[in-house]
Design a protein around this ligand. Structure first.
Ligand code: FPP
Length: 237
């Protein structure tokens, strides 16, 4: 956290409401997701300009595979299109892209697109954009428990040595600071299996704005609300 300007170091967003945005306009849900990608572009630009260092977005949850096949397919295509459309600008702006989630379930085409955007933005220093794709907190924690259990079984560590830091280091987010501010759009007020461990001391901001209508102005409002919060971390002032 940058204490002077009260800019959160890490903002995480649950981008919700693309479907409702499309429905209100008599459009297909996939058009809502495309508009959502455009909102993400604006938000990335605004966050980088504000001095946010990490922006994590929930782009596809492990539960989203259960949506109609055509919608899942549209979202996969959008990932490929998003890579193609946005890589040059991200490079120019010094934004590095990372992915969290179980990538093995994606097609080789999607994984190749993700590899492309990760490698071509790897030198970005200004901000890290973290795409949560086929991500869920419970599966992330389950995988971490399995990894640690294996290390115990192999005699590499003792069970008593497992501490909070070791668990944090076993998550996809090992190299990142915890989120300071978690934003959810579209009026829903829940975490939906997103960064549950990492959100322990995050401030939450819920807005009725549907994700495709989110952008610089709405991000500024959220950051301003964050700046007015009194973060005590369980302590007394
Ligand atoms: C939730 O809205 C949104 C998603 C499941 C997809 C989010 C994806 C984007 C914003 C596009 C970003 C793209 C890339 C390439 C990272 P919803 O469909 O649940 O909306 P609803 O609740 O109104 O139905």
């Amino acid at each position: 956290m940058n204490e002077n300007k009260k800019i959160p170091q890490h903002v995480a967003i649950i981008m919700d409401g693309n479907g409702r945005w499309a429905k209100q306009r008599g459009k297909d849900r996939s058009e809502g997701h495309f508009a959502g990608m455009m909102a993400l572009r604006d938000t990335v630009k605004a966050a980088a300009e504000m001095g946010v260092k990490y922006l994590t977005v929930y782009a596809f949850s492990t539960e989203n595979w259960g949506r109609p096949q055509a919608e899942v397919e549209a979202l996969m295509q959008l990932v490929c299109k998003g890579v193609e459309m946005n890589t040059p600008e991200l490079r120019e702006r010094g934004v590095r892209v990372e992915v969290i989630g179980a990538r093995e379930r994606f097609s080789s085409e999607v994984n190749a697109a993700l590899d492309r955007i990760i490698s071509s933005t790897a030198s970005g220093q200004r901000m890290t954009l973290v795409l949560a794709l086929n991500y869920s907190s419970r599966s992330e924690l389950t995988a971490a428990v399995q990894r640690l259990a294996r290390r115990v079984a192999e005699g590499e560590i003792r069970a008593e040595q497992i501490d909070e830091q070791m668990i944090s280091q076993s998550l996809y987010t090992a190299s990142m600071p915890d989120p300071d501010l978690i934003i959810r759009t579209s009026g829903e007020c829940r975490l939906s299996n997103f960064l549950m461990w990492q959100a322990s001391y995050a401030e939450f901001y819920f807005t009725p704005t549907l994700w495709p209508d989110f952008g610089e102005e709405q991000l500024r409002e959220a950051v301003e609300a964050f700046g007015a919060r009194d973060r005590r971390y369980g302590l007394v002032k």
